[in-house]
Ligand binder design. Sequence first.
Ligand SMILES: CC(C)(COP(=O)(O)OP(=O)(O)OC[C@H]1O[C@@H](n2cnc3c(N)ncnc32)[C@H](O)[C@@H]1OP(=O)(O)O)[C@@H](O)C(=O)NCCC(=O)NCCS
Length: 184
Amino acid sequence: MRYPKECVLKDCREVVIRPLEPGDRVLLDAFHTQIPESNRWLMNYNVMDATVMDNWFASVEKGNIACILSLYDNCVVGQASLYMRNFGATSHVGRFRITVLPEFREKRLGTWLLLDLTQTAMDHGLEILRADLAGDIENDAIGALKKFDFFKYAELEKSIKDYSGNHHDLVIMIKHLHKRWSDF
Ligand SMILES: CC(C)(COP(=O)(O)OP(=O)(O)OC[C@H]1O[C@@H](n2cnc3c(N)ncnc32)[C@H](O)[C@@H]1OP(=O)(O)O)[C@@H](O)C(=O)NCCC(=O)NCCS
């Protein structure tokens, strides 16, 4: 994949997509402050905690996380992170999460990020992409993933608590990967 890459959104704005670089900490921290708290809660790690983010950047360095950013006006407006084990029984599975700033949603940015994340997973030789989502509150994302060949692999009833303490089903969405796009 050639980076940086320019992508045009539905509203004709152009964003740049590129992999995270070690010097992106300030940009990423600023992005996280603009994500609604209810969305941040579902990211499973506290992105507002500097120590957590130090460890997160160390995992990127080690190759356990691959992160793709999208930028507009030199600010991060979306990010896709791929979590890899690199050893053991689940080393063929990549888990991921995509987050887009509210004012950039429904403009196809999530789709651009998902396509690049899928290619990144294929480049790493992964066989399965997995996203864990909250039923009800993330139904939009679940629907969007289905359009890209993901299917509902399992549903664990009432096993997620949202930011307000309400229980939701945990929906595990899976996609099988191939070595090349043409294999699909
Ligand atoms: C989920 C998320 C990443 C989608 O990003 P996005 O930039 O809005 O996505 P896109 O504009 O590319 O939309 C892709 C598809 O999702 C669906 N979709 C997105 N938002 C939707 C909404 N509010 N209502 C209904 N469908 C929606 C549409 O089917 C759309 O396809 P279309 O453009 O062909 O109609 C973004 O909403 C987000 O950051 N949400 C909070 C975090 C989250 O839920 N992450 C999911 C974990 S993977």
